[in-house]
Write a protein that binds this ligand. Sequence first.
Ligand SMILES: Cc1ncc(COP(=O)(O)O)c(C=O)c1O
Length: 337
Amino acid sequence: MTIDDVPRLRFGYLPTPLDEAPRLAEKLGIRRLLIKRDDLTGLALGGNKVRKIEFLMADALEHKADVILTDGGPQSNHARQTAAAARLFGLECILHLGGPRFDRFEGNLLLDVILGAEIRFIPDATVGMMERAMVKAAEELRQAGRKPYVIPIGGSSPTGALGYVAAIRELAEQLGDDREPQIVHAVGSGGTLAGCLLGTRLYLPGARIIGISVGRASKPFQKIAADLAERAAEIMGKHEQFNAEEVEVFDDYLGQRYAVPTEAGIQGILLAARTEALILDPVYTGKAMSGLVDLAEKGIIDPDRTTVFLHTGGAPGLFAYEEHFTKFARYSELPNL
Ligand SMILES: Cc1ncc(COP(=O)(O)O)c(C=O)c1O
């Protein structure tokens, strides 16, 4: 069985481009840097979740779902992309969002509103609290005769992870003879990392995957990703084993906690924008870029081997963090002549 044999709905703009980034490579002191533009997957401003949701929606429709439930923070890109995908298939979407209180519907939250998702906000909720509320809501819907389909946070189920198995195969085709890249990306809930691990095992065995955690310590992620990769392989009828200790995840760049920007992350955003006109975000890709910068500086990234920065999206969230950028404005007021 190959990844093409797994049920999938195709609504992402794929393949995404793989662009050279020579100015940024020079700043990092590495020979070749490529950007895999998964911020351009289409659907309601794109991002990495579109790939996962292609597999998840196929599963939802197979289960005859009429309402999709998922959860995340108020600025969840995953929630926004799920709400959008539900619309494409005429389904309702209920989002259980938790985190700090907000007083404006901005960034991703604004798009959730525009897409007509039902938002159930739980102030200061942990992931566990959100997931419990969601499971309870699904049970109530079931008792009312509905057919809910629950997608865990970040779409990081074994089925969701398959999106990145397909992504790595796509990347392998684009890379041609360059078979030993090091691939760097942001890690939030672990599904992208898991998919990349399985994808490289199957389609690009010479690649090295480097995850940059944006919210949690490395240790639990190593295990989460290894387990998810094994379970995703099972869906493909394969028995693959992953050693959690060999999964490379760095947690040195997450700062205080998830969704709290770091100074290095803000600098990473400015660097990418001002060298390659790439728009990153403070929650995920900016922190991942700060990791890439530091790992290149320390020589942990091999400067002679091709590096691929997987741009997982997130730009809509940028518009909820304006205050971190105003000091960089080159702005003046001219007299009215
Ligand atoms: C922009 C962006 N990058 C990276 C990630 C991390 O992906 P994953 O949750 O699969 O680890 C997410 C989602 O959480 C995201 O929205």
